[in-house]
Design a protein around this ligand. Structure first.
Ligand code: CA
Length: 273
């Protein structure tokens, strides 16, 4: 049988498969493999959209009016709101997500029954809390009770952010900046807990003080009961020494002190300290 070279397509597939196996390229670059094994973007967006990364997270503002403090924008209650100092613009309110996340949508709310108004605002983001960049440029955003005073703002492209800030320069309905909820959606960073019963150690890195032959530590986390880890022999020596001393006592002999107690190793005379 004659050897036949692989066609270009087969060869490319083989190379990609080898690189994927060794982790040199991510799965995402192979569109056909991605379609077969990973959820498509729309599915991921739907799954991510149910997680409000800002809920319950610390919120701060440049200023507040009495009891209408910044924490009201992340308490999950649309009826409670933050309000900036009267007659003072611009104002800002921000949330700390606790870690840098990939954000793709921000939803702004005012109490659902309030009469309609426009607030001129921009969205900003930061990864360190001090340097902010613009996510969405300043524009008038319409809060309308017909839409439950809810304003979803889909980002033009996903952004890395730990701090998401709403910067407000005007409000047609009240002489102050106002916001009742600042919701942030995106990748939760894998913080969703795994299903109950998941073996968290499976295929994770593992170490041991020693091993013998191919009975390596990784055998303890490979999810196979037919492979096992075994420590190297020398680590068992103290037990063997103790057994030898017990035998000598039974024969009426005098046990010799072992290493570490001032004597010599009975198995290796001259090897003591
Ligand atoms: Ca609230």
């Amino acid at each position: 049988m004659r050897w036949r070279p692989l066609g270009r397509r087969s060869l490319t597939g083989a190379v990609i498969a080898a690189l994927m196996t060794t982790g040199l390229i991510p799965l995402a670059v192979t569109s056909s493999a991605r379609a077969a094994t990973a959820p498509v973007d729309s599915d991921r967006a739907k799954a991510a959209a149910v997680v409000n990364l800002a809920l319950g997270r610390p919120a701060t503002a440049g200023g507040s009016n009495g009891p209408y403090t910044a924490g009201n924008v992340t308490d999950g209650t649309q009826a409670s709101y933050w309000e900036g100092p009267a007659g003072s613009f611009p104002q800002w309110v921000q949330v700390d997500l606790g870690a840098t996340r990939t954000v793709d949508e921000v939803v702004l709310k005012l109490p659902a029954a309030w009469e309609s108004r426009n607030q001129t605002l921009s969205l900003q983001a930061s990864t360190d809390g001090s340097t902010f960049r613009t996510l969405e440029a300043s524009t008038g955003r319409a809060f309308n009770p017909a839409q439950a005073n809810t304003v979803p703002v889909g980002l033009a492209s996903p952004a890395e952010a730990r701090y998401v800030r709403v910067h407000i320069t005007g409000n047609t309905g009240w002489n102050a900046a106002q916001l009742s909820e600042l919701e942030v959606y995106g990748d939760d960073g894998g913080t969703t807990p795994p299903p109950t019963g998941t073996n968290l150690a499976r295929n994770k890195p593992v170490e041991a003080t020693s091993s013998v032959h191919n009975f390596v530590a990784a055998n303890a986390t490979d999810d196979s009961t037919s492979t096992y880890w075994e420590a190297a022999g020398p680590s068992l020596r103290p037990h063997r020494q103790a057994r030898g001393r017990r035998r000598r006592r039974r024969r009426g002999g005098q046990a010799q002190p072992g290493p570490g107690v001032g004597g010599q190793d009975p198995e290796h005379p001259g090897a003591g300290p």
